[in-house]
Write a protein that binds this ligand. Structure first.
Ligand code: NAD
Length: 354
């Protein structure tokens, strides 16, 4: 028996998690996985019920579960709340509380949607990259000074710092992920300038000896940003620090054409956390317009990374491929000649192909 905590959250989070759960129930029946679902609130939905975006009880239940399927949080009606009551506080609370140090974002270009990519079809056909970003260290969490006066001049500063164990655990996650894919890791840093990057490079090279079956490549971040735009197919797994990963994963995310297609996983010491990349999309919430594919693919990642059920994950991914190849499109990816469907119809088409 594997317990999955489902946190729909706000806006389209409610619709897309419903789709993903339906899909999980289908693969559960087919592969006999013994899935059990329990629902919890977070974000605005939790604030309305309990006066908190994330309750201690919810976090506790999440810590004891096998995996978390998360929708999205946020909405205008909660924007003016004090910082500690705002919906996004739930996300930070879960990341911190669950010790999620690695964020995995796959970017895949579907043949059927190749015209939606901002890059030329011949550059992106078959592109399938996994970005592994360090999530709880580096300059976003280092010591900082908002303002100080030195010799009559105002200045501010931030600190990039990584320790050997922090680099080792994220690099290990990247090598392990590569073993489940095409067995190539590109480590990205700025070792020509930064001391923290030189340590990063040394530790990753050392760790690579434990993974002789995985090819290791090193790139400077400026070159990597360029390579993602001119030849993204060269990459399998990219591993990098928090800030470089933030920037590169957003750059890579547009290659596929729609934010409604992109899943993610956050992994750490305990329970894995799986969510679509997009937010709660209040502009389309409750209208059966949201593309459920990102959340359905997040459910596939949940099966692969937290429940060790790769065959079930693959069945979902193949069904998504086939549904797109058969011409089904939600509104944001619709093109003439395709079949326009809503959230529920897209979900049903995917389930029918599992
Ligand atoms: P958003 O990602 O919610 O939406 C951006 C645009 O993409 C919108 O036009 C939306 O309609 C579209 N879109 C997003 N997902 C889609 C899908 N599955 N299918 C079709 N179209 C889709 O970003 P935003 O509008 O800047 O933010 C809305 C709210 O979400 C804010 O309150 C923000 O704080 C929150 N947010 C939450 C998360 C999270 O929970 N992880 C992430 C980002 C933003």
């Amino acid at each position: 028996m594997s317990k999955i905590i489902v946190i729909p959250g706000d806006g389209i989070g409610v619709e897309v998690t419903a789709s993903a759960v339906e899909v999980l129930k289908k693969v559960d029946a087919k592969f006999n996985l013994g899935l059990e679902f329990e629902y919890r609130d977070a974000g605005g939905a939790s604030y309305e019920k309990y006066g908190e975006p994330l309750t201690a009880e919810t976090l506790d239940v999440c810590k004891k579960a096998d995996a978390i399927l998360f929708g999205a949080v946020g909405g205008k009606q909660w924007d003016s709340l004090p910082v500690d009551k705002r919906p996004e506080k739930a996300l930070f609370g879960l990341r911190k509380g669950l010790g999620l140090y690695g964020n995995l974002r796959p970017v895949k270009v579907y043949d059927a949607l190749i015209d939606g990519s901002p890059l030329k079809p011949e550059l992106v056909r078959g592109c399938d990259v996994l970005i592994v970003r360090e999530l709880v260290g580096g300059i976003y969490f280092g010591a900082r000074c908002e303002s100080e006066i030195v010799d009559g001049v105002e200045r501010a500063w931030d600190t990039e710092m990584y320790s050997v164990p922090e680099i080792e655990r994220i690099a290990r996650l990247a090598f392990e992920s590569a073993r489940k894919r095409r067995k190539k890791v590109t480590s990205v840093d700025k070792a020509n300038v930064l001391a923290s990057s030189r340590l990063w490079r040394r530790v990753v090279s050392e760790l690579a000896k434990d993974y002789p079956d995985v090819e290791l490549d090193m790139l400077y971040v400026d070159n990597c940003a360029m390579q993602l735009a001119i030849n993204p197919r060269q990459f399998d797994v990219i591993v990098t620090s928090n800030m470089f990963g933030d920037i590169l994963s957003d750059e890579a995310s547009v290659i596929g054409g729609s934010i409604g297609l992109l899943p993610s996983a956050s992994l750490g010491e305990g329970t894995g956390f799986f969510e679509q990349i997009a937010g709660s999309a209040p502009d389309i919430a409750g209208k059966n317009l949201a593309n459920p594919i990102a959340e359905i693919l997040s459910a596939a990642m949940l099966l692969r990374y937290s429940l060790n059920a790769p065959a079930a994950a693959e069945a979902i991914e193949k069904a998504v491929d086939q549904t797109l190849a058969d011409g089904y499109r939600t509104a944001e990816i619709f093109r003439d000649g395709c079949k326009k469907v809503g959230t529920t119809e897209m979900t049903a088409e995917i389930i029918a192909r599992i």
